[in-house]
Design a protein around this ligand. Structure first.
Ligand code: NAD
Length: 253
């Protein structure tokens, strides 16, 4: 793994209380970065994660807020910026499938207006809201944004067709935010394949087995596999912007 000296750097990670977000915050903090951990206001895993990081000697603050609510996302970013004092990296990782069981493409009757609205508000508009609110601080610090897309946004079936559309939107937004915020700020995305995280969608044993068998590298991704690439896009990769990097062990190859 590449090692970084992130002393004096700061990051805000949305959806930082679990899975990929928690692994990213932990890895950043381990390299000396001060991390603001965004979490849903009623999610006890957020304060627990912050307490655990601080107990280990790292620097972490809680940044409660719902990125899917206009106004709350911007307030959360503003409050985190005030505490951090500067911003080098924004990780737009918060996301939801909006459903517990997967909705196959032909099941159009299960794709409701409510599901669209939940997915668009958090997975797509949430990314834009946080990026817009953080842009001046990121420009001042010559920082970076890393968004969490999905292989579902690159033509694969995801938890639902609406979910896939929001993640395809994240891929497009990543390109246009890179145009909007350059040359000061680089903007990239990761597209995870099947990740072992507390993701709400319940996988059957057969589906899990399938994602391992079909992957060239013969295992599922861990949250740390994704965190490593997020750190690279955030603090390495000086000439990479507007790109979406697939991290799926060759599942889609
Ligand atoms: P996860 O469920 O552990 O993480 C998602 C986090 O986002 C949770 O902590 C959740 O509480 C938080 N969140 C949800 N809505 C929020 C909101 N409106 N405001 C703030 N926080 C909110 O699962 P994960 O796998 O770590 O997911 C992280 C990202 O990875 C998501 O964007 C997801 O779409 C993406 N992804 C996951 C997989 C997978 O197989 N797990 C595959 C591709 C992409």
């Amino acid at each position: 793994m590449i090692r970084y000296d992130l002393t004096g750097k700061t990051a805000l990670v949305t959806g930082g209380a679990s899975g990929i977000g928690l692994a990213t915050g932990t890895m950043l903090a381990g390299f000396g970065c001060t991390v603001a951990v965004n979490h849903l206001p009623d999610d006890p895993r957020g304060p627990e994660a912050v307490a655990k990081l601080n107990a280990s000697g790292a620097q972490a603050i809680a940044a409660p807020g719902h990125v899917g609510i206009a106004g709350d996302a911007e307030r959360m970013v503003g409050a985190a910026l005030e505490k951090l004092g500067r911003l080098d990296l924004l990780v737009n990782n918060a996301g939801t499938p909006g459903t517990r069981s997967r909705i196959a493409p032909p099941e159009l009757d299960l794709i409701t207006e409510e599901l669209w609205s939940t997915l668009l508000e958090t997975n797509l508009l949430g990314v834009f809201r946080c990026a817009k609110a953080a842009a001046p601080a990121l420009k001042a610090a010559h920082g970076a944004i890393v968004n969490t897309a999905s292989i579902a946004g690159l033509g694969r079936a995801g938890s639902s067709l609406a979910y896939g559309a929001t993640k395809a939107g994240v891929v497009s937004l990543t390109q246009n935010l890179a145009r909007a915020l350059g040359p000061e700020v680089r903007v990239n995305a990761i597209a995870p394949g099947a990740v072992d995280s507390p993701w709400m969608v319940e996988w059957t044993e057969e589906e899990r087995r399938n994602t391992i068998d079909r992957a060239v590298l013969k295992r599922r991704c861990t949250p740390e596999d994704l965190a490593e690439v997020i750190l690279f896009l955030g603090f390495g990769a000086a000439m990479v912007t507007g790109q979406t990097i697939v991290v799926d062990g060759g599942l889609t190859l």
